[in-house]
Write a protein that binds this ligand. Sequence first.
Ligand code: G4P
Length: 289
Amino acid sequence: MQLERLSWFPGHMTKTRRMVTAELGNMDAVCEIIDARIPLSSRNPDIDELTAGKRRIVVLNRVDQADPDMTKKWAAYFRSLGYAVIEVDAKSGAGVKQFAPAVRALLKDKLDAYEAKGQVGRVLRVMVLGIPNVGKSTFINKVSGRKTAKAEDRPGVTRGKQWVPVDRTLELLDTPGILWPKFEDPEVGIRLAFTGAIKDDVVDIEELAMRLMDYLGRNYPRAIFERYKVTAEDGDDGWALLQKAARRRGFLISGGEVDTERMSRILLDEFRGGKLGRFTLETVPEEPS
Ligand code: G4P
């Protein structure tokens, strides 16, 4: 796995950090978009430090692709940290209607104080942050009815900050620039690659598929049985399962060898396309005893 190649563009990140810090004083809250399938790996590691002192709302996005029981556990976990939490499928729009009421509930004491001072109708401002591909643009578009095409997020392509109204008294700040995930942790890189958040041309497909099969074999054996008709016998690791699945599908190359590369692409495509079911790849941290 060539994950060390993934620690890109630190300069760009510095610019983003500076922008977040500069704008934070004008914000009532910070909204963090997280991928419900990988709620730890899809976070920027510096976000707590960057947004210290601000009220926080977590959007658990892609719940249509995540394990529903695990999503409940993750929502409870983030609530236990003091965040407001909503569960969303930004693509279909399911759950986005909870956003404005959740923000107002989070800021209720502030709103009450404004009202007591006669400042009814004061606009609430929320900064939206998320790592690339988490669904930030899709979420903002759905929650606001914004129609514009996705702004370029590529390094080197500059775009200004954008204020996006949700309703008369709630505005989002769509932050330009990129907040990277914790690339220095190879496990994080692998999980982002499983979900497709990292492009396949920078990772070794067979190694990635073998690791995914290994995870599924241990945690979701029924799913791989139903899809590929393979079962993990004693000692079967991800590679063995991948070979069995390739054989089952009849993916053979000359000499009777199985075409594991073809099977790898299919496994990753089918996993990402939801054909194997809904999965969450990270479990809630244990409470410190
Ligand atoms: P970003 O701004 O955070 O970089 O991500 P963006 O909104 O562009 O979303 C990245 C991809 O993820 C898009 O797919 C988008 O449709 C999809 N997506 C976002 N949220 C959800 C969700 O809750 N559920 C599912 N299933 N998909 C989601 P795409 O293939 O790039 O484009 P499209 O063909 O779907 O429009």
